[in-house]
Write a protein that binds this ligand. Structure first.
Ligand SMILES: *Cc1c(COP(=O)(O)O)cnc(C)c1O
Length: 374
């Protein structure tokens, strides 16, 4: 089967063919902002005013777009969300954490919390496509889960755990800026900006409550060994000066700042959430209409508005993704370790609903021309 040789008519194609779940679509206006910064900011010192103003702008815009309550602070550091997990194991978890593991990313934070100086974490698991609930347990000082599990397309509500002294710590890497939530329900809402924020990787950002700041400072003063690069207290001190411990990717900051400016101008998080809901609903509804597809996530309330996973039956989803890719419609393949006959589509805020409608037309065009499988 020469699937890849299938040519989708140009009038069916989306204006932009990038539907990945991370790194994901970067808008042209962001690239324009980067080109403009290329003559002023790129290649200049991150200890001088121009780059520090950029960091300050990102911190202010993040607090505004995410709806930070009074007293919350935006902290940033190098290394992306994966580095944040290790930093949290050193500087945020006091004795024992609880993790909801219902996909790759929630499980990875749980693994990072398995250190010699902490008690073995409590891990509550669910099969991919579903999600477990947190459970209040004695001795837990951090409750952690992803707002959006990018590997499976399951979203979980952000709701503070009612346990005195414990922190609610949310991985928002694919959710931040694309799913509405109440920031006051989390103590730490952290993310890397290469997904819904349409930026590049390499940095982490965390919206921290006063209780989280107090925890960071207390553990840092406790005498626990903490490597400087993974020190949240050092990140906090530097962030307050609109800088990072070591050199950041200035281009990542420029792309993020422009995305935040755009989201804010369009109507903020409520606007963004409405847009991602429109795009994702189009796909879920379509998959329920056609005989050969259905949503992977069983419970409608768990279905992510930003990462849409669709199971296929009687059609080879990998062949569909390959044919799409050959026509410039890329990154619809499922999460590699999930191993399902599935497409995974990023419906982040940068993707206009019109492109999602066009994508559906392209999938139908390809499926009609593929052989059925058993
Ligand atoms: C992509 C992703 C990560 C990993 O981010 P890195 O910056 O590559 O470390 C973590 N959590 C979630 C929910 C993600 O989607």
């Amino acid at each position: 089967m020469l699937v890849a040789s299938l040519t989708i008519p140009a009038d069916l194609l989306p204006a932009d063919g990038r539907f990945g779940c991370g790194p994901s679509r970067v808008r042209t206006e962001q690239v324009d902002a980067l080109v403009a910064a290329g003559r002023t900011l790129l290649g200049t010192s991150h200890r001088q005013r121009p780059v520090k103003s950029l960091v300050g702008s990102v911190r202010r815009r993040l607090a505004a777009v995410l709806g930070a309550p009074e007293g919350y602070e935006v902290v940033l550091g190098n290394g992306g969300s994966s580095a944040f997990w290790d930093a949290a194991a050193f500087g945020l978890i006091e004795r024992r954490s609880q993790h909801l593991a219902f996909g790759e990313f929630g499980a990875k934070f749980a693994a990072a919390a398995g250190t010699p100086w902490l008690e073995a974490p409590s891990v509550r698991s669910a099969d991919p496509g579903a999600r477990p609930e947190p459970l209040v347990e004695d001795g837990i000082d951090v409750y952690a889960w992803p707002h959006n599990e990018t590997s499976t397309g399951v979203t979980a509500p952000v709701q503070r755990i009612d346990a005195p002294g414990a922190l609610t710590v949310i991985d928002a890497t694919s959710a931040a800026g694309g799913i509405a939530f109440d920031a006051g329900e989390a103590d730490v809402y952290y993310f890397a900006p290469q997904k819904n924020m349409g930026s590049d990787g390499g940095l982490w950002f965390a919206l921290c409550s006063p209780a989280a700041v107090e925890r960071i400072e207390r553990i840092a003063a406790s005498g626990r060994y903490i490597p400087e690069f993974l020190s949240l207290a050092a990140a906090l001190t530097n962030s307050r000066l609109d800088q990072t411990l070591n050199t950041p990717a200035i281009s990542t900051l420029v792309l993020l700042d422009e995305q935040l400016r755009w989201i804010d101008e369009q109507g903020g998080l409520a606007w963004a959430a409405h847009r991602t809901a429109e795009s994702s609903t189009m796909l879920y509804d379509w998959s329920e209409r056609v005989a050969y597809a259905r949503p992977f996530v069983a419970r409608p309330e768990d279905r992510s508005p930003v990462v849409v996973t669709i199971d296929f039956e009687g059609v080879d989803a990998a062949a569909v993704a390959a044919a799409l890719r050959a026509n410039g419609v890329v990154d619809t393949e499922p999460y590699r370790k999930l191993g399902r006959n599935q497409l995974r589509i990023g419906t982040f805020v940068s993707v206009p609903p019109a492109d999602v409608a066009a994508l559906i037309g392209c999938i139908e065009y390809v499926v009609e021309r593929l052989p059925r499988i058993g």
